[in-house]
Each structure stands twice: as structure tokens, then as C-alpha cells.
Design a protein around this ligand. Structure first.
Ligand SMILES: C[S@@+](CC[C@H](N)C(=O)[O-])C[C@H]1O[C@@H](n2cnc3c(N)ncnc32)[C@H](O)[C@@H]1O
Length: 344
């Protein structure tokens, strides 16, 4: 169910943003309409990873006010189709960029199977309860072997606080499983690059200032501001991180070929795929868990804790044990293969 905070954040603010852009000028449109916290560096990474090319049909699921799709059309010449459930956001995207927009939800994409060449889904997964259905739908409409670009807020532990209304952040582990179950190969994952140039962020801020001046007394404005404060606290406390992902629709019956996570490359081969994939996942979880620095939280007064550092340390120990077990399994398999005279 859509909460009133989500309607405020995704619908009211999208409409107000379009009004403010109309007043300030067209060059404000793209920075102001990128509402999934994508900056030009993140968009460029996704576009290059997905090898977007002129004329390719790009479906943007949960397109919001259309900033990322419009950026991809201008910079890479793709032909975007936008899918977005919120009516004012759909109107904003059509009005600001003149792009084709379908009002609908990602769990039921009203497009033919294998009808798009690439898909983006930026800042959407964490707002969707049935992530598996949404990913399966994207998989259905992509042609085999086609790329999916994701921007996902990933939780570093199963419970985070405070939770912005309507948000359900997947953990790294859940995300990897969801993608695999939906039929995607995770090709590469990186932390979202920080920082937009001033020329970009100033335009976004000016639009936000006009929206604030005109709507600060609206209930919707207060709700959206509260959502944004919750996000700021979650990021500041290291409980969540923003990830960019390049995945591809696995062609039928093809085994997983490669996965790189946080810059490391692993090449699963044959029947030890499972251990290697598990190792990649556990290592990624561990890196995230370590970067939240529970020892620093433990040094602060209890009233300032956003998570229990003892929980975090227990989780860390559990992950290390699991990693050790996976490594042992792998070593054991290698040994057995060697004694059976097989190549490793
Ligand atoms: C954080 S905004 C990101 C908007 C846009 N992708 C961007 O990066 O600017 C999340 C968007 O997901 C949309 N959304 C929420 N639930 C959805 C669903 N079930 N299917 C498709 N989109 C959804 C929201 O309406 C909202 O526009």
C-alpha cells in the first residue's frame, strides 16, 4: 500500500518540481528531475555499463519525473519509455521532457515479452514490497542478454533505523538472490560515485528552493522533508549504502559466467559455482558490515546508537565463520579434484 509520505515524496514533489522548472528554465529540468539520487557520474557509469546505444529502446521502471531517462536520451541517443505509478510524476515527465510515459507499476509492466533493449530501475527497489515480481517483470520484457541498470539502497544489516515510510531495504545477500532468482546475471556492482559538479547540484538546489518557498506550509512538503531526513540519518550512520548494479538477462539455459562485486572478480566454473558465488556474497556482506564501524558506535553514549554494536559484532563473527566454512569447502573440493586427476 502506498503511504501518504510516499505520495508526498514521489507525486506531490514531482509536480511541484515541474512547476518550478517551468518558472526557472529548461536547463534546470534534468538535475531537478533526477530524484533517485543519481548524479551525472552515476548515470554515466550505468549508461556505459549497459552499453546504451543510439536508437536502443530503454525502459525506465519507476521513472519518477523522468530526469535519468531524459539524460540517457540526450547523452546516448536512446529511445526511452517511462513507467511510473504516480500520476503527477507521469505528468511532470511528459511535460518536462516530452517522453512517452506509461502510468503503471513495475509488478505488471504493460509491454510485450522481449520488447525492450535495456532497462533501468533507479531508487525504486527499496520502495517495492514484491521485489521478486518486479524483477521478473523486467526480465520478461527484456530481450535475452540485455542489460539492466539498478541504483539500489542496500541495508548493511537486516534491521535499520529510522525507516523512511514505505521503504524496505534489501541486504546485499537478498539483492544477489533476488537477481539470480529472477534470471539475471550480476555482472558488476560498485558504490555510487559521490558528488555532482556544482553546475548540476546548484540547479537542483535552486529548484528545491523554489519548491520550498511555495509549498513549505503544505502537509505533503513536511512529509517529504521527514522522509529525506530519515534517509540522511541512515546514510550518515552508515546503515545503508547506495549501490550501482549492472546485470544482464541470462539467456535461456546459460550457466552463470562471471560476477564482480566491489571491484573484485570471481570466475565460477562448473560444479563449484555455488561456493564461489556464496563466497562473493559473504565477502560483500562482510565489507559492508566492517564499514559501519560498530566499535566507533560502541564508544558513543547509548542514546546516540542507531543500531546495537553488539548485534553488529555478532553478525560480523557469523559472517567470518561462514566465509571460513565456504573457503574450506572450496579447498576440500579442489583437493578431491586433484586426487581424482582433474584440472582445478
Ligand atoms: C526515489 S524515486 C526515483 C525516481 C527515478 N527513478 C529517479 O531516479 O529520478 C522512486 C520511484 O519509484 C516509483 N515506484 C514506487 N513503487 C513502484 C512500483 N511498484 N513500480 C514502479 N515504480 C514504483 C515511485 O513512484 C518513484 O517515482
Amino acid at each position: 500500500m502506498t503511504s501518504s509520505a510516499m505520495v508526498a515524496e514521489f507525486d506531490d514533489v514531482a509536480g511541484w518540481t515541474a512547476d518550478a522548472v517551468t518558472r526557472l528554465g529548461e536547463r534546470y529540468a534534468i538535475p531537478a528531475a533526477c530524484r533517485g539520487s543519481a548524479n551525472p557520474a552515476a548515470l554515466a557509469w550505468l549508461a556505459e555499463a549497459c552499453e546504451l546505444s543510439a536508437g536502443a529502446r530503454l525502459l525506465d521502471v519507476g521513472a519518477g519525473a523522468g530526469g535519468p531517462a531524459a539524460w540517457a536520451a540526450r547523452r546516448f541517443g536512446v529511445r526511452p519509455v517511462l513507467l511510473e505509478p504516480m500520476p503527477a510524476a507521469c505528468r511532470a515527465a511528459a511535460r518536462l521532457f516530452g517522453l512517452p510515459v506509461i502510468q503503471g507499476s513495475g509488478e505488471r509492466i504493460p509491454l510485450r515479452a522481449e520488447s525492450v533493449d535495456a532497462a533501468w530501475c533507479l531508487g525504486v527497489l527499496c520502495t517495492v514490497r514484491d521485489k521478486a515480481t518486479l524483477l521478473r517483470e523486467i526480465h520478461r520484457v527484456l530481450t535475452p542478454g540485455s542489460p539492466l541498470g539498478l541504483l539500489v539502497v542496500v541495508a548493511r544489516r537486516p534491521r535499520v533505523f529510522p525507516v523512511p515510510d514505505g521503504n524496505l531495504f534489501p541486504t546485499q545477500w537478498e539483492l544477489v538472490e533476488l537477481l539470480a532468482d529472477a534470471g539475471f546475471e550480476l555482472v558488476e556492482q560498485v558504490d555510487r560515485p559521490d558528488g555532482a559538479p556544482l553546475s548540476w547540484s546548484r540547479r537542483a538546489e535552486q529548484v528545491a528552493a523554489v519548491v520550498a518557498t511555495e509549498h513549505r506550509d503544505d502537509r505533503g512538503f513536511a512529509l517529504a522533508a521527514r522522509q529525506s531526513e530519515s534517509f540522511t540519518r541512515l546514510f550518515a550512520s552508515g546503515q545503508v549504502s547506495m549501490q550501482l548494479i549492472h546485470a544482464v538477462k541470462r539467456p535461456a539455459r546459460q550457466a552463470p559466467v562471471q560476477a564482480t562485486c566491489g571491484g573484485e572478480m570471481n570466475k565460477p566454473t562448473g560444479d563449484n559455482d555455488f561456493e564461489i558465488e556464496l563466497e562473493v556474497e559473504v565477502e560483500a556482506e562482510l565489507r559492508m558490515s566492517e564499514s559501519s564501524r560498530p566499535e566507533e558506535a560502541a564508544g558513543r553514549p547509548v542514546s546516540e546508537w542507531l543500531f546495537d554494536p553488539a548485534d553488529a559484532e555478532r553478525e560480523d563473527v557469523g559472517l567470518r565463520n561462514l566465509l571460513g566454512a565456504v573457503e574450506e569447502l572450496e579447498a576440500d573440493r579442489r583437493l578431491r579434484r586433484r586426487s581424482a586427476g582433474e584440472d582445478t
